[in-house]
Design a protein around this ligand. Structure first.
Ligand code: NAI
Length: 296
């Protein structure tokens, strides 16, 4: 039975994952190498709980209890000694994750399941560096975690069926809707989303339409809540590029090759919302969508 959950990485995704587990009553240890990230994550969780409180979806008591369920830790080993489940949400970098899973395998109890929130790195490859590949699985939450319902559950080549079943049940208990995919490059979410984003960038690059027209057509024509270029900015253009590279390399089909415009934007530091500029520009404190000068 899962009681103690350790979340590794306290960035964008880690704070949301800690939030939903704590809210469902699990004891959560949030671990990060950077103490400042941990402090920031706790503040973000508090802010997001306040938002839920203002909407009336939780009570003040529930907010207090949720925060009490979370402890923070910078020492990985200490952070996982009592874990029944680890959810890794550290930086999307293969060598970081492989090293991390070796350490997790050595430090976590034998029964502990090791899940990764990776967007694109092979779950099978991650599992292979551990002595418990049957207990390694993908648990891919969507951003923002407290709001988005989906958990893409990714079975590695060696994942045991009972571990997959447990993660499916657990996702439902968190109030999420799990959907299962097998471990091939990009799984399902990014295998379908990233080529769409790439095609939108190609349409801009080739002058088929401007930023606003592309996003408006996809929003109003396909009932997408955000256009693909705005979504790319939200995800991070560097993240999109790295996932496209994984698809391209892993599936070997030139149709996944990232658009040269996307490559150039990332090389020039235009990473979307987080850097203040991508296809749109983001001024602090305003929600208005302004197309970047480059594309006007
Ligand atoms: P982020 O860059 O916001 O946070 C990563 C955190 O991991 C940082 O706080 C960093 O200090 C920490 N970290 C790095 N190495 C570590 C280590 N060895 N031990 C402990 N902590 C370590 O990244 P983000 O966006 O939260 O992504 C995390 C994971 O979630 C990635 O695998 C990413 O692909 C995946 N993901 C991201 C989504 C997004 O929209 N940002 C959506 C779905 C999945």
């Amino acid at each position: 039975m899962i009681k103690n959950v350790s979340v590794i990485g306290a960035g964008t995704m880690g704070n949301g994952i800690a939030h939903v587990f704590a809210q469902a009553g699990y004891a959560v240890v949030l671990v990060d190498v950077a103490a400042a990230q941990l402090e920031k994550a706790v503040k973000t969780i508090e802010k997001n709980l306040d938002r839920q409180l203002a909407k009336g979806s939780i009570t003040g008591e529930q907010k207090k209890q949720t925060l009490q369920q979370i402890t923070i830790e910078t020492d990985l080993q200490k952070g996982v000694t009592a874990a029944d489940l680890v959810v890794e949400a550290a930086t999307e970098n293969e060598s970081v994750k492989l090293e991390l899973f070796k350490q997790l395998d050595a430090a976590a109890p034998e029964h502990c399941v090791l899940a990764t929130n990776t967007s694109s790195i092979s779950v099978t490859k991650i599992a292979a560096v551990t002595k418990r590949p049957g207990q390694v699985i993908g648990m891919h939450f969507m951003n923002p975690v407290p709001v988005m319902k989906l958990v893409e559950v990714i079975n590695g080549y060696a994942t045991w069926a009972e571990v997959s079943g447990m993660i499916i049940g657990l996702s439902e208990q968190l109030g999420k809707i799990p959907a299962v995919a097998n471990d091939y490059p990009g799984f399902i979410a990014n295998r379908i989303l990233m080529p769409m984003i790439n095609e939108a960038v190609y349409s801009l690059y080739e002058g088929v339409a401007g930023v606003e027209a592309i996003d408006t057509i996809m929003k109003l024509g396909m009932a997408h809540p955000m256009g693909p270029l705005q979504l790319a900015d939200f995800i991070g253009l560097d993240v999109c590029l790295s996932i496209l590279n994984v698809l391209h390399k892993g599936l070997g089909n030139p149709k996944y090759a990232p658009c040269p415009l996307l490559v150039n934007m990332v090389a020039s530091g235009r990473l979307g919302m987080k850097s203040g500029e991508g296809f749109y520009t983001y001024a602090h404190g305003t929600k208005e969508l302004v197309v970047s000068e480059k594309f006007r």
